[in-house]
Design a protein around this ligand. Sequence first.
Ligand SMILES: [Zn+2]
Length: 366
Amino acid sequence: MDRNKKIIKVSIYGIIVNVILVIFKAIVGFITGSIAIILDAINNLSDAASSIITIIGTKLSNKRPDKKHPYGYGRVEYFSSIIIAVIVLVAGLTSFKESFLKIIKPELAEYSAISIFIIIVAVFVKFFFGRYVKNEGTKLNSNSLIASGTDAISDSVLSLSTVIGALISMIWHLSLEGYLGLIISVIILKSAYEILKDTVSDMIGIRADSNLTKKLRKKVMSYKEVIGVYDLVLHNYGPNTIIGTAHIEVPDNMSAKEIHKLTKEIAADIYLNLGITLTLGIYASNSEGEFKNIKAYLNTLVKKYKTILQVHGFYVDEENSFISFDLIFDFDEKNQENIKNEIISSLKNKYPKFDYYVVLDTDFSD
Ligand SMILES: [Zn+2]
């Protein structure tokens, strides 16, 4: 079964479980007159809604790419995650307000043993179901499922507080539901904020997962002609569509025919094993000539600057008397241009017959 089918299956379970809980809780809530239980039921209703949104989002994101959206519709999933997070946020605000009102004007609700029993069952159902949804979400890399699962777990804690409140109200005739509700509301608000933050961050574009980039680099480096892999950039169009570019360093005596074969093989390998569409650019590496001293001198120059993360693509074109290399700076370094010029003038002093061509690369990935 593919990812989308699994997400939809989990979401359908979500709708069924929540609708059953809504019916039971609504009945118990109206019989006992407990606002907490009725609110809880409404909350379950919103969980069923979030499952429906997950299904719609998954279906839409699965649409085939077309001329207008050649990267596909994968990013639709970010919108469904945001809608669900907003639902959770509203649920949190509502329960915060209700709990606050209850503290100001406490009411003792009437509970029967059977209603407490039903709530306890609901707590367990919700808690274990929530964990299941959250785990599936993590496995399937679906923020919508993670959001629904997190919501279900916090709901079960909210229900638990209702039970505790009920017991306290029965034994000591004290109404603590309001205080308990307030604490839970804050927890719900916090999880809503975190889901929103994560999803918005994904939409803005985050640094590629370092496990993935390491795996990719290792795979490319396993080709014997490849001397180095640099400037790896990965873009995603939804959680499962990744397109990227990288530079590989190969000996300068390779022919276009050989490079053609090599890059085709690497691209196919990366696509089959990691699902990434990778385009490769070429850096040449000197296969003849002795330029070790120049490179060593460059390395000593670079070592002086702690904010230089990497030097790569060092190549000496003797025929045209120029040397090229790339520098990667830490994002915090504001003086990149100045440092680059300092390095060039030091090189120029020591090896005046060359011109220097230096590119400042961005620290895109690990
Ligand atoms: Zn570069």
